[in-house]
Ligand binder design. Structure first.
Ligand SMILES: N[C@@H](CCC(=O)N[C@@H](CS)C(=O)NCC(=O)O)C(=O)O
Length: 211
């Protein structure tokens, strides 16, 4: 059975959602962020040297990095679900969004988070963070005009990967003037599998307002 090392209020929530969408059996091992630093507890370092979540264990394999985990789970257990057919243009775009979530969309959010937390910033840095935020979020919002999912006409792993940067931005009011992105987040948060995953994962600060 797949084991998920899951940290509260974190990217690993989307792994639980993925496993629920595929209706797989899995075990959740929960870890709690430090109340002061918001960092992961040292126990996660015993799981993986980076001390971060998500990490999964399956069939003798230990895997970190959420995009790699999503790709592995869908390839191993998807049976054709949650990914376009390999070799199609949609498959290429699926891989593109799968990587974009962590490789690009998270960057302006993390730059903003660290500049606010550390309080050490400059006008030039602020201008860069604002510029990159507008650049990426207007790009994503335009992409989602008249579409329900990031790729094709069905939910894929790309949507699951994209959920975290969008939920993290939305929780800070960052989607208020981006109706295509806020609509996407609202729709995914209504899915039965998403709601089951919330119950399994516990505290998730970026979920629907009522959770
Ligand atoms: N790109 C990695 C990022 C992993 C990551 O930074 N996880 C955060 C949770 S959202 C974490 O464990 N933070 C706790 C810490 O850094 O102490 C992924 O997608 O898996």
């Amino acid at each position: 059975m797949i084991k998920v090392h899951h940290l509260n209020n974190s990217r690993s929530q989307r792994i639980l959602w993925l496993l629920e969408e595929l209706e797989l059996d899995y075990e959740v091992l929960r870890y709690e962020r430090d109340g002061t630093t918001n960092l992961a507890p040292p126990e996660l370092e015993a799981v993986h040297p980076l001390g971060k979540s998500p990490v999964i264990e399956d069939a003798g394999l230990k895997l970190h990095e959420s995009g790699a985990i999503v790709e592995y789970v869908i390839r191993t257990y998807g049976e054709g679900r949650l990914a376009p057919d390999i070799g199609t243009a949609d498959y290429a775009h699926y891989v593109e969004w799968l990587h974009y979530a962590e490789g690009s969309a998270m960057l302006p959010l993390l730059m903003r988070l660290y500049s606010q937390r550390l309080g050490a910033t400059s006008d030039m840095m602020e201008a860069r963070i604002n510029g990159e935020t507008i650049n990426h979020f207007s790009f994503m919002n335009n992409h989602m005009a008249d579409r329900e999912f990031f790729v094709g006409n069905d939910l894929t792993g790309a949507d699951i990967m994209m959920s975290f940067p969008l939920e993290a931005a939305g929780a800070r009011g960052g989607l208020d003037i981006l109706p295509n992105l806020s609509g996407f987040v609202r729709r995914i948060q209504e899915r039965p599998a998403y709601l089951r995953a919330l119950e399994k994962g516990g505290e998730y600060a970026f979920g629907p307002a009522s959770s």
